[in-house]
Design a protein around this ligand. Structure first.
Ligand code: 5RP
Length: 234
């Protein structure tokens, strides 16, 4: 099957990350079109005899991994992972990320925070100086969504940004629900001048289950562009 130019870049980044995988490793498998290439790379290695155990970050990824007969586990059985490989919606020079475009941010963050290393794979289009080009996904409990949205607005204002907050919908107009049964607000705050402060402020809102700011989690970003591969971090 021939890949489009951007899919070829994603595959290249995924292959570089797959070179980090060693026999016996416990891996976290991310979610999204880039992470799916990594799952394919791991699947090919498993087909060729590699023994690893993997924890998927979404039902989608679980199904894909099952299709490759990859040995799967949960964080209950395998609470500490060696390496998680995932995509991102954007990343800055300090390896801070925005994630959640695919709606899997909660499990992605739980899995990444249970891993010794989190390697992000991406094409160069996701690179930004300051986060905020991509609308920030915030996962919220269904109870009290309007009140929670107001508190998110206040958190943004207190940390120097503002903009429309929209409840994510499915393609047929229904409410989008995460694997955990929560809603997602897509927050169009524009440039986020104080990502660390906003993350803390969002963490303090009771109705917010989790947000898409991944700070201090990524240990490396593997970036594929027309010139080849660049690596930020370890
Ligand atoms: C899913 C995510 C994805 O990693 C992010 O949306 C990037 O996806 P893609 O590789 O398809 O651009 O955070 O929740």
């Amino acid at each position: 099957m021939s890949l489009s130019p951007v899919e070829q870049l994603k595959r290249l980044a995924a292959e570089r990350a797959a070179a980090l995988v060693k026999p016996g490793m416990k891996l976290g498998l991310g979610t999204g079109s880039t992470a799916a290439h990594f799952v394919d790379c791991v699947g090919e290695k498993v087909r060729d005899g590699l023994d690893v155990v993997c924890v998927p970050t979404s039902e989608r990824t679980r199904l894909q991994a099952q299709g490759w007969n990859i040995k799967l586990s949960t964080l209950d059985e395998t609470p500490e992972l060696d390496l998680t490989v995932d995509g991102a919606d954007e990343f800055d020079p300090a390896l801070r990320l925005v994630k959640g475009g695919g709606g899997a941010l909660l499990r992605e963050k739980i899995v990444a925070s249970s891993s010794k290393r989190m390697v992000v794979i991406t094409d160069a289009s996701k690179e930004v100086k300051l986060l905020g080009k991509f609308k920030l996904p915030v996962e919220a409990d269904l109870f009290g969504l309007t009140a929670t949205a107001r508190k998110i607005e206040a958190a943004a204002k207190a940390t120097g940004c503002a903009g429309p907050i929209v409840l994510r919908k499915t393609a047929d107009g229904g409410r989008f629900l995460t694997d955990g049964g929560n809603a997602i607000f897509d927050c169009d705050f524009g440039v986020i001048p104080d990502a660390d402060g906003l993350a803390l402020a969002l963490n303090a809102i009771p109705g917010v289950v989790e947000h898409g700011l991944f700070i201090g989690l990524a240990t490396a970003v593997i970036i594929a562009d027309a010139a080849g591969i660049r690596v930020l971090g370890d």
